[in-house]
Design a protein around this ligand. Structure first.
Ligand code: PLP
Length: 372
């Protein structure tokens, strides 16, 4: 699904220089590269404040911590997401309230979010799944009217933009009170280990998040709040500075591959291509199709695999039926769209190093599989 060695080989010399300088300078925690990377990523995202942290799950934890929600506060989360979105809330003693998603964009259904609001709701977590924005227009309006915070889990859509009815264009992750992302190696901007960051437009909130990510300390050995040890290593920041410079090219490669899939896969029987949210750009963290029909998705995936083509199912189970979250009391059948997506979605290789010939082979074999 991903050829990181080939991607890195293109700028291996830059990566080598970055880690060698880090080793020589030996400022491994909170070294200068961390702040430099944060400033560069902030500029890339239209001037947002960026607070680096240890991973995307910690970013979600820190975002929720910064809201000071009392235990038991309800946090609305889509049922079709990676488990981390839910995990952070549960570990903080908050109560996740799941909502179903839209069958075409795979993102939270604003009507379901509205219906899930109660006087106990403290936040809504929007997940920009697979690379395009959730309905930020509606979600912002709902959260503002209800007086609850909007958190954006932007682990998959870094660099995507959303155009509001007013004409305002905003980067994913910079619209809500706090945005979060992950630099897990397979993300569109991945480091060479674990990493994450938070985004906000509010300088005071950025300072607070920075404190929370570093043991809640305002100055050395003065702890204002109970925080986390969740810092981005200097080494990862130095490597991310290199990778950020190459992100636009990688992004363009993903988008070109997606456009070619759109043309090659049109009209295949029983296959639904990814639907573009017209107000959002799409950075194609995944190119995810739906294969309709009982058991057909798994048969198509097996056919691809038999022909040496990797593919992946994100996600095979809705978070509502994960054993760890059984105590939330959800039953099978409560999130029909999310549950059907779990049976139908299939993500195809869309990594920047995929050649046109390789992609054409994927399309041909997928065409055979769909015709069977
Ligand atoms: C990857 C991911 C996370 C977690 O990020 P880590 O850095 O692995 O902790 C959270 N939410 C979503 C939607 C993700 O894709």
């Amino acid at each position: 699904m991903l050829d990181l060695p080939a991607e890195h080989a293109v700028y291996q010399a830059e990566l080598d220089a970055a880690w060698q300088a880090t080793v020589r300078e030996a400022a491994f925690i909170q070294g200068p590269a961390v702040g430099q990377f944060a400033a560069e990523l902030g500029a890339h995202l239209g001037g947002a404040h960026v607070v680096p942290c240890a991973n995307g799950t910690d970013a979600l934890t820190l975002a929720l911590l910064s809201l000071d929600l009392p235990p038991g506060t309800e946090v609305i989360v889509p049922a079709f997401t990676y488990v981390a979105t839910l995990e952070a809330a549960v570990l903080l003693g908050l109560r996740p309230v799941l909502v179903d998603v839209q069958p075409d964009t795979f993102n939270a259904d604003p009507a379901a979010v509205r219906a899930a609001l109660t006087p106990r709701t403290g936040a809504v977590v929007a997940v920009h799944l697979f690379g395009q924005c959730a309905d930020l227009e509606e979600l912002t309006a709902i959260c503002q009217a209800a007086g609850v915070a909007l958190i954006e889990d932007n682990a998959q859509a870094l660099g995507a933009t959303f155009t509001f009815a007013s004409g305002r264009v905003a980067h994913a992750g910079t619209v809500g009170e706090v945005g979060t992302t992950s630099f897990f190696p397979s993300k569109n901007l991945g480091c060479l280990g674990d990493g994450g960051a938070l985004f906000t437009r509010d300088a005071a909130r950025a300072a607070r998040l920075q404190q929370l990510a570093n043991h809640g300390q305002s100055q050395k050995y003065l702890h204002q709040r109970v925080g986390l040890n969740s810092r981005l290593d200097t080494l990862q920041a130095a490597l991310l500075r290199v990778k950020l410079r190459h992100l636009p090219a990688a992004q363009a490669a993903r988008q070109a591959l997606a456009a070619r899939y759109d043309a090659a896969l049109a009209g295949l029987p029983g296959l639904c291509m990814p639907v573009r949210e017209r107000r959002s750009s799409h950075v194609f963290h995944q190119y995810t199709v739906k294969i309709e029909g009982e058991g057909r998705r798994d048969a198509v995936q097996a056919h691809l695999q038999a022909h040496g083509i990797p593919s992946a199912v994100y996600y095979p189970l809705p978070v509502s039926t994960q054993p760890a979250y059984a105590s939330l009391g959800y039953r099978r059948g409560q999130f029909p769209v999310a549950e059907q997506l779990c049976r139908e979605v299939l993500s195809l290789p869309v990594q920047p190093m995929l050649s046109a010939a390789q992609q054409a082979y994927v399309a041909t074999v997928l065409g055979q599989a769909c015709a069977r």
